[in-house]
Write a protein that binds this ligand. Structure first.
Ligand SMILES: [Zn+2]
Length: 255
């Protein structure tokens, strides 16, 4: 069973009909929510920086892949060139040899061999042409990847700068809200404030803020949504706030 608040209320009601104390407590809660959200934003900065850096490594990987692909094709073209040069050498040797051949059959055999080597050269030249075409495509891909890498780099630098600025702004705002909160907390009864702090600590966790001060919703508690007792309802009509007997939140009439 929660301790029911027993403050004597000042009856100082404002134009909306809400008690000044509960108004101030709600303002404190509002500042706490803002501080909580700002802290969450600060906490998310390292993770967001990592995501941004990941984009950079993706662009770098794409650039390396494009570069390696280009080098591979260049290597293939050179290999074909080596093959062609070697076949041409063989042909030259055969042609030199043919000058001294006397027998017709041997001469024909050499000519046949030269013909076969020429056919092979043609095949290698065809392959080389295909590689040249691929090299052009690869060059375009490489240039595209390089441009993308540059664009990503500058985008990432901007994002990191924005995140750092956001981080600093959040810290400044937190300090401002803390000051406001501090002066507000001095104007409300300490017991009420301490009770509010206890409730917050009990209900909220590291990644979720659960309100400690909630309005009565019809006949139900705005915290646990259970129907409140007639006594609580009567008490709220008399005073400006009370505690839910079930979940302990500070209830008020949102009039
Ligand atoms: Zn409740």
């Amino acid at each position: 069973m929660f301790i029911v608040l027993t403050f004597l209320l000042t009856n100082e009601r404002h134009r909306c009909g809400m008690d000044r104390t509960i108004e101030q407590l709600l303002e404190i809660q509002d500042k706490d929510i803002r501080i909580f959200n700002l802290k969450m934003q600060i906490e998310s900065v390292p993770e967001e920086k990592e995501k941004v850096k990941h984009l950079m490594s993706e662009a770098e990987d794409a650039m390396n892949t494009a570069k390696n692909n280009y080098l591979d094709i260049e290597k293939n073209i050179k290999n074909e060139e080596i093959e062609i040069a070697s076949l041409k050498d063989k042909i030259l040797n055969l042609q030199n040899k043919s000058a001294s051949i006397k027998k017709n059959d041997e001469y024909k055999a050499v000519l046949k061999e030269i013909k076969q080597f020429n056919e092979k050269i043609e095949q290698h030249e065809d392959k080389q042409l295909v590689f040249w075409e691929k090299l052009e495509e690869s060059k375009a891909s490489k240039e595209k990847a390089a441009k993308n890498l540059e664009a990503t780099k500058s985008r990432i630098e901007n994002s990191i700068r924005d995140l750092d600025t956001r981080n600093e702004n959040c810290k400044i705002q937190i300090e401002k809200f803390k000051e406001v909160r501090q002066s507000l907390s001095e104007t409300i009864p300490p017991e009420l404030f301490n009770n509010y702090l206890r409730l917050l600590k009990r209900r909220s966790s590291g990644n979720s803020f659960v309100k400690a001060v909630v309005p009565l919703q019809g006949e139900n508690c705005g915290g646990c949504f259970l129907k409140v007792t007639p006594q609580i309802k009567a008490s709220l009509r008399k005073s400006s706030f009370d505690q839910c007997e079930n979940c302990g939140v500070i209830l008020y009439l949102d009039v």
